[in-house]
Design a protein around this ligand. Structure first.
Ligand SMILES: Cc1ncc(COP(=O)(O)O)c(C=O)c1O
Length: 421
């Protein structure tokens, strides 16, 4: 059971006149605080002390107004499709400061990335290496590429493991000699940039990040020595962890920095050519800066349990219902925004759909909600609407509001289901 009885005005969530926003934009809605996201970027920057760049992983939250607010704060973006490429360009990011990764890049996507001048296209298979070179030769433009490696070592510190085992991402470490030989053979159409490793998400242990970094830098050295290729850009991944529950657990930058910085500095100091190191972070930058606000439509008891049926649920926020990338379901941080002083009560928050897993909270302790109350699902700035089945059951999508420089703007308006016909 979670204790969600904290007053939202004292909690670390975006502050707003919730009812006024509901009157203007309807419910449910998301509110993202871009000012907070910028502060998080700055906090990571401060911790890294200029040893590495900070890219934002667009997939965590591709909202245009949010992206715009990051243009002069993040060093670049990690994108995973042509759609994200266009969105990041619309926001004002330069293609040269983008890194494209994903296991199924189509020929059309590769061509769009090469034509746009994407700074680093991660090659995840020998087929992609060959295809990129073919396209580059045909259109007469070099492709800026890196090799994404799937390390041999499994790093157990990452909650979601995306390397170190048989997996669809990257080129297996033991296959790098053949892959680098193809890259060399296909230059100058392939303008080799360096190495990319993304071994997982949700790492809360600084030692895990340090170990992943050490391993990636070792692989880089070995690749350089064996092939003669020069790695001038090394994307070290990230996976900085942040929990979505009331406990607000996250990777401690103050513990990470003293262990990580010597490694990064040593690599740069011993590399004979200029070398840029990059971390690409999603949820660590945006999760805490977003809240999903939904209204209680109906209150009822079933076999002794109190249920609040709300106008929003898994159709807008699959993650909060526990079915996006979580091994075990756990409640996000929940608030009664209308009645923070009400006495606590154990209750479950149901969404509007016909699916029994549509629960935004299970046995949560909340200031007792009444029909009409606004409830807030905090820690919702990442993998919220973007990772949800919005067409399911034909309800309107929620407005996405973004507070930037103190003012709230509509980052994406509500859409009716008919807008998607
Ligand atoms: C290649 C890559 N980079 C960055 C991210 C962002 O991860 P997170 O939001 O956990 O920081 C992901 C997540 O899947 C990813 O696959």
């Amino acid at each position: 059971m979670n204790d969600n009885t904290q007053d939202p005005q004292t909690a670390d969530i975006p502050r707003a006149d919730w009812e006024q926003l509901a009157a203007q934009h309807g419910t449910p809605y998301f509110l993202y605080d871009a000012d907070q996201v910028r502060q998080r970027v700055q906090a990571v920057r401060n911790a890294l002390q200029g040893t590495a760049q900070v890219y934002y992983a667009v997939k965590a939250n591709p909202n245009l107004a949010l992206l715009r607010s990051l243009v002069s704060h993040a060093d670049g973006v990690d994108i995973s499709s042509s759609g994200e490429l266009v969105q990041a360009q619309l926001a004002g990011f330069d293609a040269a400061s983008m890194s494209l990764a994903g296991p199924a890049k189509t020929s059309a996507e590769l061509e769009a990335a090469i034509r746009a001048g994407v700074g680093c296209i991660s090659m995840e298979s020998v087929r992609e290496i060959e295809e990129c070179a073919r396209i580059a030769r045909r259109i007469g433009m070099a492709a800026h590429v890196s090799l994404r490696v799937n390390p041999l070592q499994l790093n157990r510190a990452f909650g979601m493991k995306m390397g170190g085992r048989a997996i669809q991402f990257g080129i297996d470490e033991e296959e790098l000699p053949q892959a680098s030989a193809r890259v060399l053979a296909l230059s100058p159409w392939l303008d080799f940039q360096g190495l990319h490793a993304y071994v997982g998400s949700q790492c809360f242990d600084p030692a895990g990040i340090v170990e992943a970094t050490r391993n990636t830098l070792r692989i880089t050295r070995e690749l350089e020595q064996a092939s003669g290729l020069r790695c001038s850009k090394i994307n070290l991944g990230g996976g900085f962890g942040v929990s979505h529950g009331q406990e607000r657990r996250e990777l401690d930058l103050a513990v990470l920095a003293p262990a990580l910085l010597p490694l990064l500095k040593a690599h740069r100091d011993t590399t004979p050519w200029p070398c840029t190191l990059i971390f690409e972070l999603g949820r660590f930058l945006t999760a805490q800066a977003g809240i999903y606000v939904t209204r209680v439509v109906s209150r009822k008891a079933s076999r002794g349990k109190l249920f609040l049926a709300c106008d929003g649920g898994l159709n807008h926020h699959l993650g909060a219902a526990g079915t996006f990338g979580a091994t075990l379901r756990s409640n996000f941080a929940l608030y009664n925004l209308s009645r923070p002083q009400a006495p606590p009560r154990v209750c479950s928050l149901a969404g509007p759909s016909c699916n029994p897993t549509d629960l935004l909270g299970v046995d949560a302790v909340l200031p007792e909600p009444a029909e009409g109350d606004l409830l807030g699902v905090a820690m919702s700035g990442s993998y919220g609407l973007t990772a949800s089945p919005i067409l399911f059951l034909g309800r309107d999508t929620p407005a996405e509001l973004v507070r930037t420089d103190g003012a709230v703007v509509v980052g994406r308006r509500r859409h009716t289901i008919a807008d998607f016909n």
